[in-house]
Design a protein around this ligand. Structure first.
Ligand code: GLA
Length: 358
């Protein structure tokens, strides 16, 4: 049996806060190029309970991992889930706010390592909890920015800001259009008659860290050669001709993916939106080269299944999950059929969204 906050700390929590995972529908690998993204939240969430600790230490417990971290107020863990939590605490302290020693209990239904932002959800849930506990005057965009800094400075991941903004600001009824340069955002409806299906490919994201950083520096090299602040500023695709072939492919993905998000933002039918998702996968596979055989197989099966408007890999790639836009009410049946065929191809996938009730 998982210990409760009360079991561990012998008192009731002072505050409970939650944050959801996210899935990105369009606009992949564009956020660190100052581009546009279109994510939404998923039903799975992370819950944190907080209260003051009665010794001089911070105590964090993850029920999902069944792991505890005990820290003196000035120590930082170098690995594990404690880095995300302490990162949030330290960044709040750096803003001149005193944080007392805390007990923090964490539970999550967001799968770890599937590309659904379990770490952003942990950060935002902790920050929401701290905001309530300490009556802090931070808005939801502030929380997203602090969470991204925690990721950069304490978890060592130089991510963009899509995940943290989606987790902090999106809702389940809409897609969140976000301009990652200005942080201007707008909620747009999910195409009529459609729902979101997310399948885990079962392929672990082995290269996600190194491949991600490499893509990021390739984009920086491309925009530097083009004399741009960021790839977002590429307005004339003819400019791509001046780049060497590899950088040309990377920059072309950045350009075409931004165009797809801007077209989708105008409001499309499910069929039109699905076509953009299919084109996004092709671009991620051929130009950005972040797909792998399992993801291509799963996406191909989805794209050839009646009731599926479009499908693509989602998140950083190199493994993890695929997202599809499917006819409303048909997600379960489509998932069963596609996962059976996927198994016949030698892979083992899993339905993630809509979640199967326990
Ligand atoms: C990860 C990062 C995001 C974004 C995506 C790719 O999820 O955390 O910032 O770059 O990959 O779109």
């Amino acid at each position: 049996m998982t210990p409760t906050f009360q079991d561990l700390f012998h008192q009731a929590p002072a505050i409970e806060a939650q944050a959801p995972g996210r899935v990105n529908l369009l606009g992949e690998h564009t956020d660190y190029n100052d581009g546009f993204v279109l994510p939404t939240v998923i039903p799975q969430t992370t819950t944190v309970q907080l209260g003051p600790s009665d010794d001089s230490q911070h105590h964090f417990y993850s029920a999902s991992l069944n792991e505890s971290v005990n820290l003196s107020p000035t120590t930082n863990p170098s690995e594990g889930f404690g880095r995300y939590v302490i990162g949030c605490l330290r960044l709040i302290e750096q803003r001149g706010i005193q944080i007392p020693p805390l007990n923090i209990w964490i539970a999550s239904s967001i799968p770890i390592g599937a590309g659904l932002s379990s770490s952003a959800a942990l950060e935002i849930a902790v920050l929401r909890g701290l905001r309530s506990l300490l009556a802090l005057d931070f808005n939801d965009v502030d929380l997203a920015q602090i969470a991204q800094q925690a990721e950069h400075q304490y978890a060592g991941v130089k991510c963009g800001i899509m995940d943290q903004m989606a987790v902090s600001l999106a809702d389940a009824q809409h897609l969140l259009f976000l301009d990652t340069r200005t942080l201007q955002h707008q909620r747009i409806p999910i195409p009529t008659g459609a729902e979101i299906l997310v399948l885990d490919s079962g392929i672990s994201r082995a290269l996600a860290g190194s491949g991600y950083n490499q893509r990021r520096s390739e984009c920086e090299a491309a925009s530097q050669r083009l004399g741009l602040t960021a790839l977002r500023d590429l307005t004339n695709p003819a400019q791509l001709d001046s780049l060497p072939p590899l950088l040309q492919r990377r920059a072309r993905h950045g350009f075409t993916e931004n165009q797809r998000v801007l077209v989708a933002k105008r409001g499309l039918s499910a069929v039109e939106f699905g076509q953009l998702m299919n084109a996004s996968h092709t671009s991620l596979r051929d130009d950005y080269e972040v797909s792998v055989a399992g993801l291509d197989c799963l996406v191909d099966l989805l794209q050839h299944t009646p009731g599926v408007f479009g499908a693509r890999l989602t998140g950083a790639g190199f493994g993890g999950a695929c997202v599809a836009l499917v006819a409303a009410g048909e997600a379960q049946a489509i998932a069963t059929s596609v996962l059976n065929q996927y198994e016949q191809q030698g892979f083992q996938g899993q339905l993630l969204v809509p979640p199967t009730s326990a």
